[in-house]
Design a protein around this ligand. Structure first.
Ligand code: NAD
Length: 338
């Protein structure tokens, strides 16, 4: 089996490439390096540089590498940017996927795995763990494009006999190796570590929520676990019936509050003297979003193995590696989207 990983030089994509090659799968990556870093790819994984919207490049790549399955991770993923520039998000995340699916169908590739997100749920109706049957009501264009992507994948799979899977990751954090760390600045763990490194207090967005400590509760999942889930899903797809779809939450099933996260981050940075400060709540932030993980366990045999402490400790190591790489290259913005 040869898998084409689109967005394979990204934070999560590189972890997936690493997990799949380590398990003996043959892997090719396609990435435009808009936020990816070529050096993240494991040795021996060919990188095709280009965009997912380039149909001729996709046709060539699928044929030359005799691709059997596609894992699609390439997307824009900043919520605020999606609100400011929804057309960019629909073009990149939905139009790009349409071009890719057309190429996949034309080439007769039989398996397709999509990166989806807990953002498809928006604000869950209550505090119960979010199951895959919870109604999807995204609250920003990013979440809308992820949900539209799921619809596209399922409809195409049903019409053209592809076995498909949409993995809805919750809040991804940590790193398996320092050099694979998240270099973006939009996720809460890197943001807190960055502030603490500057001696500044992490800022919590509101503490008046109906949760035990008043701050929002989320489900953080280690990126190495997310990669393991992809491997499990890829293996599942190799024997799944043509035209079938498996949509599945990828989380830990455990909630961690923003205050707990801030305290753990301060401890990991040796700055337990710094107390988080509380800022105003953000509009539209649900109090609690935690995954129901039964389907992942029952169908994929997947259970997350890492806890919050490991995510923060590894993210801290990854931050140090990123800072030292930037000092070496003298390029603060290398591989980042801002
Ligand atoms: N990081 C999270 O917490 C999280 C949570 C849920 C879902 N996701 C989803 O996971 C996927 C990967 O996210 P990530 O955190 O690794 O982001 P990332 O920005 O590190 O990775 C995206 C990769 O795709 C590449 N890319 C972007 N547009 C492309 C295009 N048009 N053609 C080819 N390559 C392109 C980038 O260069 C990058 O290597 C995204 O689909 C995202 O929506 C991420």
């Amino acid at each position: 089996m040869t898998w084409l990983i689109i967005g394979g030089a990204g934070y999560i994509g590189a972890h997936v490439a690493r997990a799949m090659t380590a398990a003996g799968e043959s892997v090719v990556a396609l990435d435009d390096l808009s936020s990816g870093v070529a050096e993240r790819l494991p040795e021996g994984v060919p990188l095709v540089r280009g965009t997912v919207a380039d149909r001729a490049l996709l046709d060539r790549t699928l044929a030359e590498h005799s691709v059997d399955g596609v894992v699609h991770l390439a997307a824009r993923k900043e919520v605020a940017e999606s609100v400011a520039d929804p057309l960019l998000y629909y073009r990149e995340n939905v139009h790009g996927l349409t071009v890719l699916l057309e190429a996949v169908v034309a080439a007769g590739v039989g398996r397709f795995l999509l990166s989806s997100s807990a953002a498809v749920y928006g604000t869950p109706p209550d505090d119960a763990p979010v199951t895959e049957a919870t109604p999807c009501r995204p609250v920003n264009p990013y979440g809308e494009t992820k949900l539209a992507g799921e619809w596209l994948v399922r409809a195409t799979g049903a019409a053209h006999g592809l076995a498909t899977s949409c993995l809805r990751y919750f809040n991804v954090a940590g790193t398996a190796l320092p050099e694979l760390a998240d270099r973006g600045r939009s996720n809460v763990v890197p943001i807190f570590l960055e502030r603490l490194a500057r001696g500044e207090a992490p800022v919590i967005n509101g503490d008046g929520y109906p949760t035990p400590d008043g701050t929002c509760v989320r489900d953080y999942v280690h990126v190495a676990d997310v990669a393991a889930a992809h491997l499990a899903a890829a293996r599942y797809l190799t024997t799944a019936p043509a035209g079938s779809d498996l949509t599945v939450n990828i989380g830990t099933g455990t909630g961690v509050s923003v205050r707990e996260l801030a305290v753990l981050a301060a401890g990991a940075m040796g700055r337990s003297d710094i107390e988080p400060v509380v800022g105003p709540p953000r509009a539209g932030d649900p109090a609690r979003v935690v995954a129901a993980v039964d389907r992942a366990r029952e169908v994929l045999g997947f259970t997350a193995a890492h806890d919050m402490r490991e995510m923060i400790a590894s993210a801290r190591e990854g931050r140090l590696a990123t800072v030292s790489a930037q000092v070496t290259t003298g390029n603060e913005s290398a591989g980042q989207r801002g």
